[in-house]
Ligand binder design. Structure first.
Ligand SMILES: [Zn+2]
Length: 405
């Protein structure tokens, strides 16, 4: 119950007391109760809509955050105590950093929990702290109350640690050293760009296992892993996604046949997916998996808000009402380990025309012997692992060398 929800003071002889006195008494009672007031439980997506701000340093303009249609599903999994493991296999440009960033003040302010965030290296971690975290702590108003060290250099406010009131800590760590996975105990362990981390950290174990250990004893343990995938067979995130109880894909309802379908790249020989006019590749559309009906990006953006995350196994669904439902449409318990897969085509931050023109340019480069742009497109735009014997071997050698170094 929030302070403002407390009932009015029950006055029996109402007429005998004037309005001013009545208001004063009610106010005194409410303020007397306010230390007892507890925030009503709130999902991460609702909390972010109410409190989260985009800082001018890390986005075009400073403004209140409005989630993209697919983001509440991922956010609410990050904030749901019934879910232990959340994997996000994603491309660039889908707004993942902002989702991860929103989960930090939510865990500190709303859930009142200790947390740790690992980035691939110390310098990645410092850079995240300076360009994303510190502007957010400054601009999200509710954090000012619980972060007295804001703006001051002290042992409660360093690049490696933020101490919030109530002994709630946020550790900011690089994943290159095994010591950075020791000695801390947290309720929430978050790994960003986990595919940028070594397969084995200094001959101890992989970063997923090491970070999981830090959750032992937590009442509501939470393990969040997100990454753009890199090389097939060497991808931490792909390995986790394969083990998830539910693999969620965002689906929209086809305006032609009314069946749900995801946005898929498709291929030359596929009847569904992205197609374009060969003479004019700026004319791009997506064909439905069921009826081959066409939608363009403007159509997609119109219907995306009514879409839903649907598990590949068909058991779980999380739609616009932000409730986990079973295949019969009834509210149900979410999976303990859930994976989300999202790529650039879903994002309002990129145009379908750009996606196709980047692909065509990458194919031209490949025909001239340069695989780099296509690898980049597959990882960063399509959000899939790259599979290629030669590239795989090169990368495996490089990672192995670092692991042994
Ligand atoms: Zn259709």
């Amino acid at each position: 119950m929030g302070a403002r929800d407390l009932p009015d003071f029950p006055l029996t002889d109402v007429d005998a007391i004037n309005e001013e006195t009545r208001t004063a008494i009610a106010k005194a009672i409410r303020s007397g109760f306010s230390p007892l007031a507890v925030e009503p439980p709130m999902s991460l997506s609702r909390w972010a809509e109410e409190h989260f701000y985009l800082s001018a340093e890390s986005s075009q303009t400073q403004q209140r955050w409005v989630p993209f249609p697919y983001q509440p599903g991922i956010l609410d999994a990050m904030g749901d105590d019934r879910i232990v493991e959340v994997d996000v296999l994603k491309s660039a440009r889908v707004g993942y950093t902002k989702m991860l960033l929103a989960s930090i003040p939510y865990d500190a302010h709303h859930k009142k929990r200790n947390q740790a965030l690992w980035q691939p290296t110390d310098s990645d971690s410092d850079s995240f702290c300076k360009t994303e975290l510190e502007p957010m702590l400054r601009d999200v108003k509710v954090m000012r109350k619980i972060f007295p060290a804001l703006g001051k250099k002290s042992k409660e406010n360093t690049l490696k640690l933020k101490a919030f009131s109530g002994s709630r800590l946020l550790h900011l760590l690089g994943a290159t050293a095994a010591k950075n996975f020791r000695r801390i105990t947290v309720a929430s362990a978050k790994l960003d760009e986990v595919d940028g981390m070594d397969l084995v950290i200094e001959r101890s174990a992989d970063p997923v296992t090491l970070s999981r250990k830090r959750l032992e004893g937590a009442t509501f343990p939470k393990h969040i892993l997100g990454s753009t995938p890199r090389i097939k067979g060497l991808s931490h995130i792909e390995g986790r996604v394969l083990k998830a109880q539910a693999r969620m894909v965002y689906q929209v309802t086809c305006p032609h046949c009314e069946a749900d379908h995801p946005l898929s790249w498709g291929g030359k020989d596929k009847s569904f997916g992205f197609k374009w006019d060969k003479e004019n590749p700026s004319d791009v559309w997506h064909q439905c998996h069921h009826c081959c009906g066409k939608i363009r990006q403007a159509d997609y953006l119109r219907i995306a808000g009514e879409g839903a995350w649907v598990s590949e196994c068909g058991v779980w669904r999380f739609g616009a009402d932000r409730v986990w439902r079973n295949s019969a449409g009834l509210p149900t318990t979410p999976p303990k380990h859930v994976a989300f897969k999202i790529w650039t085509a879903y994002s309002p931050q990129a145009t379908w025309e750009e996606i196709v023109s980047e692909f065509l340019a990458a194919m031209v480069a490949r025909h001239t012997g340069n695989k780099g742009p296509l690898m980049g497109w597959i990882n960063e735009t399509l959000g899939e692992t790259w599979e290629d014997d030669e590239a795989e071997k090169l990368e495996a050698d490089a990672i192995q060398a670092r692991a042994e170094g």
